[in-house]
Ligand binder design. Structure first.
Ligand code: AMP
Length: 618
């Protein structure tokens, strides 16, 4: 039974607010909720259908329509009909430039790393605004069907979505008037829909194989103590059922002795044939032969030929499964369950290939189009406090850290750390009287920040003037379950504090992540050498600064010969610094340190001597 509470002010019964689960898909989107019988259920508002095509159309008055109605304009007004907007969420033009041929609408080419915009009519839209239109439609359908306002939702995203794409999804929700309670990975939602992970004592390793209309991904999840951890993901964001349709269409064109370029000129004919190819494909999921005509064109296809046509594409998905297993350091024997997601897994040949590879029958009882939304509804129910607590865990693909002296990367959250996570470290100033500290946040595996990706930069202002090394600045990183990073800097003596939430200005593609990792391995040796030299230089320069200030400030406590000899050591260190020789710098720094140590102990308080060793931010 749904929880009913009484509103004490009015004395009336109040229904508990429903949190819906939304699968915001590339091809189709849908919304689900937990019904009064405690079961997840997809919403079919007024028989309009469960799946809402993720298509947005703007007419010349800039009025918007979404879903099936918008889909009809794909052939008649393609430049103002936006599909596949999920591919653009949180991405820059540079991220999508290689695939721009598939978009029939105008993506603004500013050749930069800022987020893309789309032109429809005389207006420009961000993918966030366009996704918000789809979410508004889902919200309206849910409200209409459930006869109650819907203000809160869980939205799913692919496991490989990066911070920027997750943040963009969250922003789209906000713009649609939804309080996004959680961004959940699609494979996690699918596994929840099958009830896997709901019992905290359960330990399982599962593979989620998701083949939709235009995208494919496979995720390996480990579930224990109610925690879902993504061990690996792999796939191809430009592979799906649409490719099967294209292969069928090309086959018919060839069999009918037609010329593809000529047929392609006739937009309407092309679209009709494409839809026919899709029906053939769907029909062949349950029968052995498809035989229809479009005008004079014979559209005949038997199951065996269809399977030959798609074999190479299906094999590609199996290779991705192999790679995912290898990345997770597992073999197919380690996989306890295989779950099928996405409409294209209805093709028996696909199902069989997955079964052959993993050596077990995949789970396919739940409608593969609905399974993610149903799981999202279950997660929403967990968040509403209606089920025992389930955590969601992910790993961060690249290390996160800040820039320290000499442009070095100081890692605070290491790559592959489980999220949510927090970590922090203490820093200090490098100059006397320093009142501002610049904090630059980077992502990547290289030792030098300039080789990594800058996420953000901010100043911690208003540190009270103190000698170098005295302020204690705690820098804390908090990476939440959605993969969004909050960085906080606080000077402990004064309590001065600054906090930022990081929304990277552009996304990282899987390829970029991979390249960054490979680079870090190829350059490991030279990186270490550079790091050691930079560390030696920073230490030397800091010592020089402290020693020079020291003899200036404390001259009255020192003898003339102590001052003169310190100056000789200072000069020697300066020469070594100019030489860029790490060993020479360390040697001269050591000598200066050893020589001045007795005077320092004499006159300095412990704080300054700690400072000489501590890490500094420029
Ligand atoms: P999705 O993106 O998960 O909604 O998947 C949509 C894809 O599934 C499209 O390419 C559809 O043509 C395909 N699909 C839907 N039903 C079937 C079916 N019965 N057999 C094969 N493919 C299907």
């Amino acid at each position: 039974m749904a929880k009913i509470s009484i509103n004490l002010a009015t004395g009336s019964l109040q229904k508990e607010e429903i949190i819906v689960g939304i699968d915001l898909g590339t091809t189709n989107s849908l919304v689900a909720f937990i019904n009064p019988d405690k079961n997840p259920q997809v919403i079919n508002d007024a028989g309009k259908g469960i799946l809402v095509p993720s298509v947005v159309y703007f007419n010349n008055q800039n009025d918007v329509v979404v879903g099936n109605e918008a889909k009809e304009f794909l052939t008649t007004d393609p430049t103002n009909t936006i599909f596949s907007v999920k591919r653009l969420l949180g991405r820059s033009y540079n991220d999508v430039a290689d695939h721009k041929a598939i978009f029939s609408y105008k993506i603004i080419d500013d050749d930069t790393d800022s987020l893309v915009k789309i032109q429809a009519g005389n207006r420009f839209y961000t993918p966030i605004e366009l996704s918000a239109e789809i979410l508004k439609e889902l919200k309206a359908r849910a409200e209409h069907a459930l006869k109650t306002p819907v203000n809160r939702a869980v939205i799913t995203v692919p496991a490989y979505f990066n911070d920027s794409q997750r943040q963009a999804t969250r922003d789209a929700g906000k713009l649609a008037g939804l309080d996004v309670m959680r961004i959940v990975n699609e494979p996690t939602a699918a596994s929840l829909a099958y009830g896997i992970g709901l019992d905290p004592s359960q330990q399982k390793t599962i593979a989620v194989y998701d083949l939709g209309g235009g995208t494919f991904d496979v995720s390996i999840l480990q579930i224990q103590n109610g925690i879902f951890e993504v061990l690996a993901t792999n796939g191809n964001t430009y592979l799906g059922g649409d490719d099967f349709d294209r292969l069928i269409l090309n086959y018919w064109i060839e069999k009918n002795n037609l010329n593809l370029a000529e047929v392609a000129e006739d937009n309407i004919l092309m679209q009709t044939l494409r839809l026919k190819a899709e029906s053939a494909k769907k029909a062949l999921s349950t029968q052995n032969l498809f035989n229809e005509q479009v005008g004079e064109i014979w559209c005949t296809l038997d199951k065996q030929t269809f399977e030959q046509l798609i074999a190479a594409k299906v094999e590609e998905t199996i290779t991705a499964c192999k790679n995912a297993l290898a990345d997770a350091s597992l073999t197919s024997n380690d996989i306890d369950e295989v779950i099928l997601v996405g409409g294209s897994t209805r093709t028996p040949f696909v199902k069989q290939a997955v079964e052959n590879f993993f050596g077990k029958t995949p789970q396919d009882n739940i409608n593969p189009d609905e399974v993610v939304a149903l799981g999202a509804a279950i997660q929403a129910d967990v968040l509403a406090g209606n089920r025992s607590d389930i955590l969601l865990l992910d790993v961060t693909p690249l290390s996160l850290g800040i820039e320290t002296m000499g442009g070095l990367m100081d890692v605070i959250i290491a790559r592959n750390s489980k999220v949510p996570t927090k970590a922090g470290r203490q820093y200090t100033t490098s100059l006397d009287g320093q009142i501002n500290m610049k904090i630059s946040v980077y992502q990547g595996e290289r030792d030098l920040v300039k080789e990594n990706r800058k996420l953000a930069e901010f100043d911690l202002k208003g540190i009270p003037a103190m000698p170098a090394g005295l302020p204690k600045v705690d820098i804390n990183f908090l990476l939440n379950a959605d993969g969004i990073l909050t960085v906080q800097a606080i000077e402990l003596r004064s309590g001065v504090k600054q906090e930022i939430e990081i929304t990277p200005s552009y996304g990282l593609s899987d390829d970029t992540v991979e390249k960054m990792l490979i680079d870090s391995i190829t350059h490991a040796k030279s990186d270490v050498e550079q790091r050691m030299l930079i560390e030696a230089r920073s230490e030397g320069e800091q010592l020089l600064y402290t020693a020079e200030r020291f003899i200036e400030k404390h001259a009255e406590h020192l003898t003339a010969s102590e001052i003169a000899e310190t100056k000789i050591h200072i000069e020697a260190l300066k020469t070594a610094l100019a030489s860029q020789e790490k060993d020479a710098i360390l040697k001269k720094a050591d000598e200066l340190n050893e020589f001045t140590r007795p005077f320092a102990e004499r006159v300095m308080d412990a704080a300054i001597s700690t400072a000489m060793k501590g890490k500094k931010i420029e």
